[in-house]
Design a protein around this ligand. Structure first.
Ligand code: FAD
Length: 528
């Protein structure tokens, strides 16, 4: 709340000290914007929702929101702002589903583009291609992944790489990376895109892929919305399973847990699982009781005797895809793979669920939390990418000393294969020795319940995040933030490192020279 209040104060402060100048600018901007013609519409009133996001901590009111009905609506707006040059302060932010954490899809006094309007009243899938071997789907940038899943399943197909939660847009996740338990095999979502249509900072509509305008293509992927607006994307598909075997087992020893995770992600496809994640169970969080709800114990009597003795535990989460006609074979394969693992034997829990129910699992929690008023609370999340060689040091300090009593939400931890990430894209991952093939995602997905103080309060969680970051910095762990948030350009420079920063700024001056796009990321400021 303190942060929210201080943000509001900043906004008030702005409008108190610079009223004349900005009002003149605003009137001038509004008059010009009103002359533009759109298939959709531009609203100067219906703008409040565009100043909010999932993080629920930062609020910047835009001047207007564009509800586009065509790609050319977006091009018209951007071209206009480009042609106005430095005579206007207007910036432009694409807003996907607004599930950013620190105002990244907001534009203070700028224009927010409500990307979901682009596909409203249209099919979520524009085109689907399948020739038995090679399949893809063309979708709008503002499309939700959950809709793409439902549409592609009608053809027995599915995207390969996901996020844990599917009520996010294609443009929003491709601007970051899109990571989940399939990333070890297929890479993040940005590794599964074949082509994009992008509107650059000059209002040009450009098609790009690895072969055509490849620099723009790679810039935009993981580009934090800095280089263009993704209006269309071609996503690679594979045959969809109908069911999954969803497995959870516990470890008390972190080293064994990570060694087995690492071994599992390097097996070939026939000898491994299709999804591999993990999470930390810090005692007294209630998670110890929840981690197995809706799962069946493999051996109920053994399971009932399991006692954690108050220890921090590590849950390995695995999934094997299957269709009903090959269930016997899959049961055997799973049994064989599990027999090689050294988890605590009484803690094997398995559940067979449909592919859709598995992928859309977080939505079930969303519905529950919404009904209790606990979804729209501040979310001070911290996501880190950690080199494999530093994960033990990290865990020792963070799970052993910093987060000993409680966590305010899930703490995910799982490794991915670096070779599945394309270093031509803009995304930043840990830099390590060439031979180092693996890094970890560790995600502290905290919720701050407004009435709480002490350990559940926002301030406490922010302090804890700060301690974790300070420890990483001090110990030189080479950690990179995922869904990064910084407030100064110096911090951004350090995040990218000298080479990547040089490339990032070069790309910015090529594709968005006036720094019109995504001001909420606070990397560049218009005109500076
Ligand atoms: P927004 O918040 O609307 O936008 C994010 C950024 O992208 C902004 O800078 C915006 O300007 C820009 N942008 C949006 N659309 C476009 C476009 N079409 N073209 C160019 N730029 C655009 N991430 C993971 O990788 N893995 C997970 O498992 C995962 N789980 C999540 C679970 C929940 C409950 C939530 C809230 C988030 C999760 N995320 C996860 C993070 C998520 O991927 C990002 O927050 C993502 O940005 C949200 O997508 P959005 O559509 O809401 O984007």
């Amino acid at each position: 709340f303190t942060c929210l209040i201080s943000t509001i104060k900043i906004n008030l402060c702005f409008s108190n000290t610079l009223p004349l100048l900005l009002h003149n600018h605003n009137n001038h901007d509004h008059d010009h914007l009103k002359t533009l013609e759109f298939d959709g519409h531009l609203s100067f009133d219906d703008v409040d929702h565009a100043s909010k996001d999932f993080g629920n901590r930062f609020q910047y009111l835009p001047s207007a929101v564009l509800y586009p009905k065509s790609v050319s609506d977006i091009a018209t707006l951007v071209k206009h702002v480009w042609e106005m040059g430095m005579t206007t302060e207007l910036s432009v932010a694409a807003r996907g589903h607004g599930h950013s954490l620190q105002g990244q899809s907001q534009a203070h006094k700028g224009v927010v583009i409500n990307m979901e309007s682009l596909s409203e009243n249209k099919n979520s899938v524009m085109y689907i291609h399948s020739d038995g071997e090679f399949s893809y789907v063309d979708v709008y940038g503002g499309e939700l992944w959950i809709n793409i899943l439902h549409e592609t399943l009608k053809f027995g197909l599915t995207p390969k790489s996901w996020t844990d939660y599917l009520h996010l847009t294609v443009g929003g996740t491709l601007s970051n990376a899109g990571i989940s338990g399939q990333a070890f095999r297929h890479g993040p979502q940005i590794s599964n895109v074949l082509q994009l249509q992008v509107i650059t900072g000059k209002g040009e509509v450009v098609n790009c892929s690895k072969e055509e305008n490849s620099d723009l293509f790679h810039s935009v992927l993981g580009g934090l919305g800095q280089f263009g607006i993704i209006t269309r994307a071609r996503i690679s598909l594979e045959p969809a399973p109908s069911m999954v075997k969803w497995i959870r087992v516990l470890y008390s020893d972190f080293e064994t847990f990570t060694r087995e995770q690492e071994s599992l992600i390097t097996q070939d496809q026939n000898n491994s699982f299709d999804y591999i994640e993990g999470f930390v169970i810090i005692n007294r969080t209630g998670l110890l009781n929840n981690w197995r709800s809706s799962f069946n114990p493999h051996d109920p009597s053994q399971a009932s005797q399991f006692n954690s003795d108050g220890k921090t535990l590590f849950c390995l989460e695995l999934v094997k895809y299957f269709n009903k006609d090959n269930i016997d074979m899959v049961n055997q394969e799973v049994e064989k793979m599990l027999s090689k693992l050294k988890y605590i034997k009484s803690t094997l829990f398995i559940s067979d669920v449909s592919y859709v129910d598995f992928l859309d699992r977080v939505h079930v929690s969303e519905v529950k939390l919404r009904s209790k008023g606990l979804w729209e609370v501040p979310h001070p999340w911290l996501n880190l990418l950690i080199p494999k060689t530093k994960i033990q040091t990290f865990a020792h300090q963070v799970f052993g000393n910093i987060l000993t009593h409680t966590s305010n939400g899930p703490v995910l931890i799982y490794p991915v294969n670096k070779s599945k990430w394309d270093n031509r894209t803009s995304v930043v991952i840990p830099e390590e020795e060439e031979e180092e093939e693996i890094f970890y995602l560790v995600a502290f997905l905290s919720s701050a319940v407004p009435s709480s103080r002490g350990r559940d309060g926002l301030e406490h969680i922010l302090k804890q995040n700060k301690r974790i970051l300070e420890f990483c910095e001090k110990s030189n762990l080479g950690v990179k933030q995922y869904l990064p948030h910084y407030t100064t350009q110096q911090q951004w420079r350090a995040h990218f490192g000298p080479q990547k920063w040089h490339k990032f700024t070069q790309r910015k001056s090529t594709y968005d020279p006036l720094a019109i796009f995504a001001p909420g990321q606070r990397i560049f400021q218009k005109g500076k």
